[in-house]
Design a binder for this molecule. Structure first.
Ligand code: NDP
Ligand code: MG
Length: 392
């Protein structure tokens, strides 16, 4: 069981819930990081007394330093700061709960420093999965999934003694707020509507990813790397109630599932206490209250992002970094009111034609693909047209 963590992205949805789990279980906290939430980070520093705190920029770091001058916490900033937090000596596990592929470098730094990883930050595996898994294998590092579907699969796999007997992974998807809608109905979706998830309360980026179903596409790729399963053996089923968090199927057609109320504290805690289990501060599942469970095929036509991720996974190399970079850029533009909701799917799908897919040999290959993809997404006529319109 983890005794001491470094928490990257402590002010976010996963970050704050991780701190609740740590407080309950008496897990120490060596480092905390935020991008710009100085007030919340200051409160967390006063409560958890880490030796290092990291902000997104030098300016924010300077402000934080003044505020916490009376504490023993040192302050750093930027990607170098995140890498420093990821390799801090006193932590045995690094919880990666930042959003976006900004988590890739620090995750590699954590592995290099010999830390186990509790991974929430799926974009890291989507962009650089081959690099991360290779480095983890070489260093003998464990990567424990925090994402609820992957935690479910990890829990289901506990009884599996030979992976050759495994036939399929089945990821469940809530379907998001726009399940059953047509492309035409989705065109005028507002930011507010897209930010309203029916079952889960999460950060803004992943909530939009759930609405476009990009989240499930990212999770297929994440599962491929975490469990070393070919993409054709990973299925997605829409399950509106989010009670079954995912399933595995064996070669004898026996199917094992993990169920619970939709609450991220269970997967966060299991990633930190594995292989032990402890009581957790979440509601008990009452199946009679749930009543019925429903299942549907995903709509790959309407939810283009899901299709793009499957295609990228098959293309291999930098393709998954390309769709991820395009999506990160597109979600930002949508949240800023520069593009329409359905443009996200178009931008992500077209990114595979706009940016050349290359093999991944080094981190630079991934960073370059990400950069090119973001640039291409920003230059897309749709993005420019709506942007110009909004500034007139
Ligand atoms: P949030 O947006 O709530 O939090 C993100 C965290 O990362 C915050 O601490 C934020 O700081 C920090 N951050 C944002 N941008 C940067 C940056 N450029 N550099 C450094 N730090 C940054 O996200 P979530 O907690 O919802 O998600 C975190 C990750 O976990 C994502 O990859 C998501 O896909 C994954 N995940 C989340 C789930 C959930 O239930 N929320 C479920 C499963 C996976 P600040 O507060 O200052 O902006
Ligand atoms: Mg998930």
């Amino acid at each position: 069981m983890t005794k001491n963590i470094s928490l990257l992205g402590s002010t976010g949805s996963i970050g704050t819930q991780t701190l609740e789990v740590c407080e309950k279980l008496g897990i120490k906290v060596s480092a905390l990081t935020a991008n710009s939430s100085t007030d919340l980070l200051e409160q967390q520093i006063r409560k958890f007394k880490p030796s290092l705190a990291v902000m997104g920029s030098e300016e924010k770091a300077r402000d934080l330093k003044v505020r916490i001058a009376d504490t023993d916490t040192r302050v750093s900033f930027g990607t170098d700061g995140l890498c420093e937090a990821a390799s801090i000596e006193s932590a045995d596990t690094v919880v990666t709960a930042v959003v976006g592929m900004v988590g890739l470098k620090p995750t590699l730094a954590a592995i290099e420093a010999g830390k186990n990883i509790a991974l929430a930050n799926k974009e890291t595996l989507v962009a650089g999965g081959s690099l991360v898994m290779k480095a983890a294998k070489e260093k003998g590092i464990s990567i424990y999934p925090v994402d609820s579907e992957h935690s479910a699969i990890f829990q289901c796999l506990q009884g599996c003694h030979d992976k050759k007997q495994l036939k399929k992974l089945i990821l469940t998807a809530s379907g998001g707020p726009f399940f059953g809608k047509t492309i035409e109905q989705l065109r005028d979706v507002t930011v507010e509507q897209a930010l309203h998830h029916p079952n889960w309360s999460m950060g803004a980026k992943i909530t939009i990813d759930s609405a476009t179903m990009m989240n499930k596409g990212l999770e297929i790729i994440e599962a491929r790397w975490l469990f070393d399963v070919p993409v054709d053996n990973i299925d997605v089923v829409v399950h509106r109630e989010s009670v079954i968090h995912s399933l595995i199927e064996y070669n004898d057609n026996a199917v094992i599932a993990e169920l619970g109320v939709p609450d991220m504290k269970i997967p966060i805690q299991y990633a930190l206490t594995y292989p032990e289990r402890y009581p957790c501060d979440v509601e008990q599942l009452d199946l009679t209250k749930v009543g019925g469970l429903t299942f549907f095929e995903p709509d790959y036509e309407t939810f283009k992002c899901l299709r793009a991720c499957k295609k990228a996974m098959k293309l291999g190399g930098t393709a998954t970094a390309i769709v991820n970079g395009a999506n990160e850029a597109a979600v930002r533009m949508f949240l800023d009111g520069k593009i329409q909701f359905t443009d996200i799917g178009d931008i992500v799908y077209e990114s595979l034609d706009r940016v050349k897919v290359k093999p991944i040999e080094t981190l630079e290959d991934v960073l370059e693909a990400d950069h090119q993809s973001r640039t291409a997404a920003g230059m897309r006529p749709q993005a420019i047209r709506v942007f110009n319109f909004s500034v007139e």
